[in-house]
Design a protein around this ligand. Structure first.
Ligand SMILES: *[C@@H]1O[C@H](CO)[C@@H](O)[C@H](O)[C@H]1NC(C)=O
Ligand SMILES: *[C@@H]1O[C@H](CO)[C@@H](O)[C@H](O)[C@H]1NC(C)=O
Ligand SMILES: *[C@@H]1O[C@H](CO)[C@@H](O)[C@H](O)[C@H]1NC(C)=O
Ligand SMILES: *[C@@H]1O[C@H](CO)[C@@H](O)[C@H](O)[C@H]1NC(C)=O
Ligand SMILES: *[C@@H]1O[C@H](CO)[C@@H](O)[C@H](O)[C@H]1NC(C)=O
Ligand SMILES: *[C@@H]1O[C@H](CO)[C@@H](O)[C@H](O)[C@H]1NC(C)=O
Length: 820
């Protein structure tokens, strides 16, 4: 946590647990004000009620519930929230603006611990709103998000969100959890060094956005009242568990050389904001109807993200229509004052600036005697005339409306039957195993080295660092809770082969193992861990650390048969040494596969499951990072600085080891499509203005009469529809991800090389063929963000490309003509 630029960093989420322990007595004191909360030895929420509006609970506080309109379920949520907020004194209001909301026993309002994490399963990171022990010793630990993302299966993402929220509800009923969770993390992996790749769905804004929509809807939606079908006021749509899109925005430098997220000022062009940084958030809010957005520590073009009215209010709340609350990353307001020293604001001024910008809830770390800044300075800010009390009311209304929607006040009958048996159920453990299987990516499979034949392979050497072979820890990654159990690669392989010899390289045993040469197969498990890539730790290079390259090569050289290499990591690893080494026959990327990871790895290695995962980020060679500093935010190449472009959309150079979307199978697929070309004729209305585009030198001139049409002024009802028949021409059944890209007209300058616009994972039995239909909306799929940040549809010949990152592929031109 110590950092060069911050003399004393606040507790970050990274060390939240330690911080929480340090402040648990304070949290307990705060919570005690809430009334009705039983407290254990630590400051857990430990509730003895499942709804606020419970006459017995009010009676125990000496109150008559019927006198409180906010408990009248016949009234609209908005009216009830106004009643509640109106009853509070300024001091009481301010006491409820922080993540450890104090409640107000005087009016029956209990305390509430807002901070919850459920990135890949229910986690106990945070100040004990969610906790494990006695009745609930653990919760299902799904694969890290980067691994689930590799499945490219939207149904899976939603199912995981659904299982996590069921476990939350069960734990809530047992007094082990609250209802608000600050997941998912949907910042794009703009740079391969970013330490938090494990938490995210990768580098493509569209994939990240689709992950967000599905996870959020899995977490939040209640059948019959879901985001799609809800016809009533979305502010009153009931939700199962509140989910939060974070960290808004342009946050993806943690700690790289002297750059540090607390002081980093991301310099971002408007085009990149629209096209890359805001896009997943826009999808998360508009299409997922997420009930929360978290702003990030960093500044964006000089202004702290958590004090930027344009971002928080104009964009998220007004334009995208957030039906929920905006929370700070934990300690963003303090960070503005103490580390960024933004405008030399005082605590009261920063509190006023952030709340007026649209921040509703301040997550704070309890540091130097101050909890969160809103709670500490809110009264001063109002008394000094820097903040209107109505701004405080507005923030509280957003927060309590979210709790209303969660049934915090009225209960949620459909979930009240859930209990301990619904946490770590067999079905959830199986879903975790399936998610890990679906996320496994076969990077290399020379001469069909995999799968291993379970009838012939009777002895196996498992070689690697103990932390990877017996991965009781590494597979669980960050923001874990207590897993139900952990099935390590050793456990998984041992179930397949009775003679499994473990050779832990930590003690040098791997060399002797390799030389003994008496096994039927050698499996090396290698990779990274959270000392190399984690929140607050960006990578310094892309190589395998701890001399693994050296001994893997030695083991491969000494082995009779080509070895099998399994890599555990989130970010890409430069394993150039293995890519073309014939003694390394197969490479599987296992990501960080969660508590059931060992089962999934063994199922893939022994052919019980045919892998179908795809890389959700480009695996670069290390030379790439020598060409661009992590702090450069631009996505497009910069000829002046000599910077290459970023991500598959803008990098076309030689330093790619495995491309975004790469992933092999144990079978072979072919594509056929009846569509070989398409033309879209678009009538431009009188009131529409055509937009200019910049063209590459040598492009045909003069430019088209109507170069492009602004999507914002177009109905966007044209579509390009086609069907791809995916035939499994090999001998085994398998899943296949059909990825559809578009490539803009080649003469348009500074456009993406290609962009993913649709994907579908399908199961195809051996010898069978499955038709996969697509209908690409012209604005969404063929639109580009031009230089001045309009999203436009360009005229000319775009190309639809199906597949291509791994065989097979097909493509066809789409001619777009505008009739004036
Ligand atoms: C809940 O616990 C508190 C504190 O132990 C107690 O005073 C109160 O009576 C209990 N309320 C109910 C409804 O059981
Ligand atoms: C903040 O205060 C420091 C020290 O007094 C001063 O040097 C700096 O110019 C001030 N910055 C702003 C933005 O006012
Ligand atoms: C794996 O690690 C666990 C936890 O450290 C330990 O108890 C167990 O003995 C290890 N298993 C092997 C086979 O080394
Ligand atoms: C990562 O592995 C290295 C090398 O074995 C070890 O020193 C370090 O403690 C590990 N870190 C974590 C978080 O497991
Ligand atoms: C790293 O591996 C090489 C190649 O086998 C070996 O010669 C060397 O001793 C190893 N270095 C360390 C520090 O383990
Ligand atoms: C996608 O995930 C769902 C949920 O786990 C699963 O039932 C389905 O089989 C998966 N689809 C494919 C094609 O693998």
């Amino acid at each position: 946590m110590a950092s060069a630029s911050s003399p004393r960093s606040p507790c970050s989420i990274l060390v939240a647990l330690l911080c929480a322990i340090a402040v648990s007595s304070a949290a307990a004191a705060a919570a005690a004000g809430g009334g009705g909360s039983a407290r254990g030895p630590i400051a857990t929420n430990g509730k003895n009620y499942t709804k606020v509006c419970d006459a017995a609970r009010f009676a125990s506080l000496g109150l008559d519930m019927s006198a409180f309109r906010y408990c009248d379920a016949s009234l609209a949520y908005g009216e009830r929230v106004r009643d509640l907020v109106g009853r509070l004194t300024l001091e009481e209001k301010v006491g409820n603006l922080g993540d450890r909301s104090k409640g107000a026993a005087r009016v029956g309002l209990p305390s509430y611990l807002w901070w919850g994490e459920a990135l890949h399963g229910v986690s106990d990171v945070g100040p004990y709103g969610t906790w494990f022990g006695d009745a609930v010793p653990g919760a299902t630990s799904f694969p890290l998000v980067i691994t689930s993302a590799a499945s490219f299966n939207e149904t899976l993402w939603r199912a995981v969100g659904g299982a996590v929220s069921t476990e939350v509800r069960a734990m809530y009923n047992l007094g082990h959890a609250e209802l608000t969770y600050w997941s998912p993390n949907i910042n794009v992996v703009r740079d391969p060094r970013w330490g938090r790749a494990s938490e995210t769905p990768g580098e493509d804004p569209f994939v990240v956005g689709r992950y967000a929509v599905n996870f959020v809807r899995g977490m939040q939606d209640i059948a019959g009242d879901d985001a799609e079908n809800n016809k009533q006021d979305p502010f009153t749509r009931r939700i199962k568990v509140s989910s939060c899109c974070k960290h808004f925005t342009a946050y993806d430098v943690d700690k790289w050389l002297n750059a540090d997220r607390y002081t980093f000022d991301a310099r971002v062009e408007e085009r990149d904001m629209i096209e890359t940084f805001e896009r997943p958030f826009e999808m998360c809010v508009r299409d997922g109807d997420a009930s929360c957005v978290m702003c990030s520590y960093n500044r964006v073009n000089g202004v702290p993200a958590c004090a930027d009215h344009r971002l928080l209010t104009a964009t998220v709340r007004d334009s995208w229509q957030l039906h929920g609350y905006v929370v700070s990353d934990c300690d963003s307001v303090r960070v503005m004052v103490k580390y960024a020293k933004w405008l030399n604001l005082t605590g009261a001024e920063a509190t006023a600036a952030a709340m007026k910008a649209g921040l509703d809830l301040d997550c704070g770390m309890y540091w130097e005697g101050v909890s969160d800044f809103f709670t500490a300075y809110g009264v001063d800010a109002v008394r000094q005339g820097k903040l209107a009390e109505a701004d405080v009311d507005n923030a509280l209304a957003n927060n309590y409306l979210t709790l209303m929607r969660l049934g915090f006040f009225d209960g949620s009958p459909e979930f009240e039957g859930l209990g301990a048996g619904d946490v770590c159920s067999d079905a959830h453990k199986e879903l975790a195993a399936d998610a890990a299987r679906q996320g496994m990516v076969l990077l290399k499979n020379q001469d069909g080295r995999l799968p291993l034949d379970i009838d012939k392979v009777r002895s196996v050497a498992l070689v690697g660092l103990l932390q990877h072979i017996n991965a009781t820890d590494v597979m669980l990654g960050d923001y874990r809770g207590q897993p139900c159990r952990v099935v390590t690669p050793y456990d998984g392989v041992r179930k397949m082969v009775s003679a499994t010899n473990m050779h832990a390289c930590d003690s040098g045993a791997c060399y002797t193992a390799a030389r003994s040469g008496t096994v039927d197969a050698t499996i090396v498990i290698a990779g990274l861990n959270m000392s190399v890539e984690r929140e607050s730790i960006d990578r310094v290079d892309l190589f395998l650390p701890w001399n693994q390259t050296g001994w893997i090569s030695a083991v491969a050289a000494a082995s009779a048969d080509p070895i099998i290499l399994v890599i555990m990591s989130a970010g890409g690893v430069d394993i150039s040494f293995a890519q073309n080494n014939p003694k390394i026959g197969a490479i599987v990327w296992a990501g960080y596969p969660g508590e059931e990871g060992g089962t999934a790895i063994a199922d893939v290695l022994f052919g019980k499951y045919n892998p179908g995962g795809r890389l959700p980020l480009t695996w670069f060679k290390n030379n790439y990072i020598n060409q661009i500093p992590m702090t450069s935010m631009a996505l497009r190449p910069d000829a002046k600085q000599g910077y290459p472009g970023r991500t598959y959309k803008f990098y076309g150079g030689p330093d790619v080891l495995y491309p975004f979307g790469h992933g092999l199978s144990y079978t072979t697929f072919t594509y056929t499509s009846g569509t070989t070309a398409a033309t879209v004729a678009i009538k431009v209305s009188d009131w529409q203005h055509c937009k200019a585009l910049t063209y590459k030198p040598g492009a045909p001139s003069p430019p088209p009469a109507c170069p492009a049409v602004n999507v914002a002024s177009h109905r966007c009802d044209e579509a390009v529809s086609f069907t791809v028949a995916v035939a499994n021409t090999g001998g085994v059944a398998g899943d296949h991800v059909v990825a559809v890209y578009t490539s803009p007209p080649p003469e348009v300058d500074d456009a993406p090389l290609k962009q993913l616009v649709a994907f579908r994972r399908v199961f195809v039995p051996a010898g069978a063929s499955v038709d996969v239909p697509f209908a690409l909306n012209v604005c969404k799929a063929l639109g580009i963000v031009e230089e001045t940040a309009y999203t436009v549809v360009p005229s000319g010949v775009s190309t639809v490309i199906v597949g291509g990152d791994t065989a097979p592929s097909l493509s066809f031109p789409v001619k777009i003509e505008f009739a004036l």
